[in-house]
Structures are given as structure tokens and as C-alpha cells.
Design a binder for this molecule. Sequence first.
Ligand code: HAM
Length: 425
Amino acid sequence: MIRGIKGIKDITPDEMPKWSVVERTAHALAHAFGFQEIRIPVFEKTDLYVHSIGGTTDIVEKEMYTFPDKAGTSLTLRPEGTAGVVRAFIERGLKTYQSSRKLYYIGPMFRHERPQAGRLRQFHQFGVEFVGSAEPSADVEVMTLLWRFFSSLQLPGLSLELNSLGVLTDRQAYKTELVAFLKTKVHLLCENCRRRLDANALRALDCKVPHCREATKDAPYLTDFLSPSSKDHFDRVLQGLQALAIPYSINPRLVRGLDYYSMTTFEVSCSALGAQNAIGAGGRYDGLFETLGGVPTPAVGFAIGLDRVILALPESTVPAPDPWVFVASFGEKGRPAGLSLLDSLRLDQVKADTDYNASTLKTLLHSADRLEAPYVVILGDDEVTNNQVILRNMATKEQEIHPLNTASSAILAHLRFRQTRRNID
Ligand code: HAM
């Protein structure tokens, strides 16, 4: 038997109700906030990710699925969505007729990480990118959408942390200080942080290795190096979150693992998850359009790890399945009448099914039980002769008789009535 790949999961039909509710919530909220869906390719030229995410990040150094195509061009399975969206924006001129444009995407991403609970090699993100506004309100809107998404799904134990990385000149001034500080602690730093000291010193701040945490404990804070305009931007973001009663805390060590960020960065963690508790994250990336050859365009966005959302999702968030009907038709006349009733029910958008492998009432009812059908329509030769069907509620065992020729609409009305009652209760 050929097995699937480590860290790459099937999503089985049993898990789908959770995925459906999560994806429906994502689509509905994104639309309510004025975001339009975009579908970007699952693979792109490797250079796109190297130039946007950064050559000295973990993603580019260690985690990309990269391969040459037949013409020798290096391609990479997308490790995230922002780079592809920005590439599409520039290439397709998506911003030509609006001052700002808001896009979202849902789909699989690929990173060659060590698989563990909540960390997969193929995982799924719901991401949004608000392109074309440098206003702090855009940052607030994006974080509001992120927070409302989690609250709609009633995820427990969430906390939102944010930080400002300032603009490039703020970071340059800070980096000089930070590198000087880290050089006094170099003996404590892990191999990775030591190697990146000159190229990407900021990453040491959120390195999870205990020695590195110890070494950076008293490191200077980037927030102390913000220019007045960067500080003002950050303050206005904080005021916006307060006005909308979105709880947050400031984490001066939050630098994120992608190099395109500037100014606001944020991350939401979920205490219901284990070690991999980052459930969504994002920030502002005002320099990325230029880096990728576009005109300077401010932008801010986030991505949520949907596989982690599924792990934390309370059962109560998943609605009970819609009632449906099992058609138990048998006998020479009953069988074909059952097929046409199935067809009418489905055309009326009532979920209806049967078991073609069962041909007697007894075996049909047995199948209906196994499938946990809430309703069964019984339709044998006698019922056809009498122009009627029997509708049985399997939970209460109550039975109703309906005329065969209007059975579909009668069953539809019955199910709708029951569903409304259930919603009211
Ligand atoms: P990221 O922090 O790399 O940001 O990923 C966002 C989220 O994807 C994480 O918080 C986590 O929930 C999920 N995630 C990442 N890696 C894995 C994995 N191996 N297994 C399961 N879930 C994972 C970005 O991707 C940015 N593009 C976000 C962004 C959009 N920034 C601006 N716009």
C-alpha cells in the first residue's frame, strides 16, 4: 500500500462539518468587511518567496518545497499567501480603479516543518490583505476582522499581542544597538541566532530556545526607537482597538518570522492548543510592493491557521446536520416510484438518499437505522396502488400518510416546519 506523506493529512467526511462552519464564517465575515475573494496559484517561481519572505528566514532557509520544472525553472509550493497576492496585484493591475482594495483567500499552504499536533506540512490558511491604505484604521479593521472571526466561532483562551517594528530607518537605528547588545551575550545564543546576528538580528528576540530568551531578556526595545510618526501610527492603532473593545497586550519581542513586515505586527495565540498555539498573525508590509517591482503601496493583512482553528473549535459551534429523508422503496411498482420521489425531493433541495443494495422493507429500514436517517419514506407496491406514501419520524416513530403525487412538497413543508421549530427551541 502506498501511504500518504508525513504531516499531510486527509480531511475525512466526518471532519467536514467543522471545516464547513469555519469556512462559511470566513467567507461571510470577509464579505461583510468588504473583502473580495482571490484565488492565487499553489506554486510560483521560487524567487518570489525568497525576495518577499526573506533569504535568512526559517521559511526560505529550511521549509520550502522547491523543485525544478522540466525547463529547469525553480518553483516552490506556496508557503504563505501574501507574496502571491502582491505578485497578482502588480501583474494584473488590480488597484487601477480604486484607492484601496481588500482581498481574501482560503487554501492550502506548504512548509517542510517537523510535524506535530497543530503543525503540518500541508496546512490551510484564511488570509486577508488590505491594500492601498497607510491609515491606522486599516490595521484596526484587519485586526477587528481577525478578532470577530475567532469570537464568532467561540474559540476559547485567545490573546492578541501586538508590536510596532517601525519603518526601515527606525529599525536600522535599533539594529545597531541590538547587535552591539547581543554581541555581549553571544556565548548564550543558539547556533541559528549567532549565524543570523548580522543579517537578521531581530529574530533573536522571539527565538524560542531558552538560552536565547535568557540572553535577550534585557535587550533594548524597538518601541523605544520609533520615530514620532511611527509612534503616532502605533498609538492610533491602539486607540482604535480600545474604541472597539478588542482586548490586546503589547509584546515588544514580537518580530514575526517573515522579513516583509514594517510598523504594526500582531499574533493571536490560543491557550486551548498545545505548543503550536499561534492561531493567526499578520501585520503591515508597506515595502513589499516595491521589493517585488511594483509602485510603493501600503498594505496590511493577516493569515489564520485553519487546522489550528479546527483543533480549538468547540463542538457547540457546529450546527446539527439538516434533517434528511431515506427513501425505502421496494417491489415492482414501489421501486421506480421511489426513484422518481428521490429525484423530486432532490430538485426541491431536500437531502434524500436510499440504499440500492437493499430491496426488502426490512433491509431498507436496517440501512436507514445504520445511516441514522431522521425520516424514512416507505413506498411499496401497496402504497403506489393507493397513491400514498408513509413518512416515518425515526426518533418518535410517528407516521404520517401523504398522497404520492404531492409527497415531495408535503415532506419539504414538514421538514421546514420541524427545522423552524428546532431553531426556535
Ligand atoms: P504566518 O505567521 O507564517 O504568517 O502564518 C499564519 C498562521 O498560519 C500561523 O499563525 C499559524 O496559525 C498557521 N501556520 C503556519 N505554519 C503552520 C503549519 N506548519 N501548520 C499549521 N498551521 C500553520 C503568514 O503566513 C503571513 N502571510 C500572514 C500575513 C498576511 N501577513 C500579512 N498578510
